[in-house]
Write a protein that binds this ligand. Structure first.
Ligand code: NI
Length: 197
């Protein structure tokens, strides 16, 4: 846990950055910054709290559901997730900051449509595990574990890859499997944008 003073600073920073959104530039493929592995977070500082807030703002501005720190040029092991509300998923509609995540895959493997804010306008079918158990540190310093399935589990796998410099296109057998999102397919676009991470 953070000392009281740090907690107060963190709360103030969260409040300020909720009022004034800060949109950071998202690195796009082939930026070499996306390929650098990230270092573990040693300490939860006010800068880190501010970074997490900026990452939510940046993710929302780009209609994403997840964003990893290296995508905004910070090579630290954290990512944020916020899935659109879904009555069937208790993890949806909530903000998560996952610091130093450790992931175990669960369930069968299956093909899922996926996009990435670092490759706007494209999508592909990616083979992922249906579920994950993820252990991580929250912004308040608590170490917690979650079992997740569906979109949350997919997003965890996608974002955790970013921390190792791995991109979703690395899971493709061929770049020809990458598909441009047809602008006329509005429903598809909305769905795929919602899944961009
Ligand atoms: Ni991504």
């Amino acid at each position: 846990m953070l000392p009281d003073a740090n907690r107060a600073v963190a709360r103030l920073a969260r409040l300020l950055f909720r009022v004034c959104p800060v949109i950071r530039r998202v690195l796009e493929i082939p930026d070499p910054g996306l390929r650098e592995p990230c270092a573990p977070v040693a300490e939860i500082t006010p800068d880190l709290v501010r970074l997490a807030g900026d990452m939510f703002d940046t993710m929302h501005a780009n209609a994403g559901v997840g964003l990893a720190a290296p995508q905004v040029g910070v090579h630290a092991r954290l990512f944020v997730l916020e899935l659109p509300p879904d009555d069937d998923d208790p993890l949806s509609g909530r903000r998560f900051v996952l610091i130093n995540p450790e992931i175990a895959l669960t369930g069968a493997r299956t093909e899922m449509v996926e996009g990435c804010l670092s490759l706007p306008g494209f999508r592909a079918m990616i083979n992922r595990a249906e579920g994950v158990t993820v252990e991580f540190t929250q912004l308040d310093g608590a170490r917690v574990a979650l079992d997740a399935r569906g979109l949350f589990a997919q997003a965890v796998q996608h974002e955790a890859d970013h921390l190792d410099g791995v991109l979703f296109i690395d899971h493709l057998k061929s770049m020809l499997d990458l598909e441009k999102i047809p602008p006329e397919m509005l429903d598809w676009t909305e769905e795929t944008e919602a899944e961009a991470a």
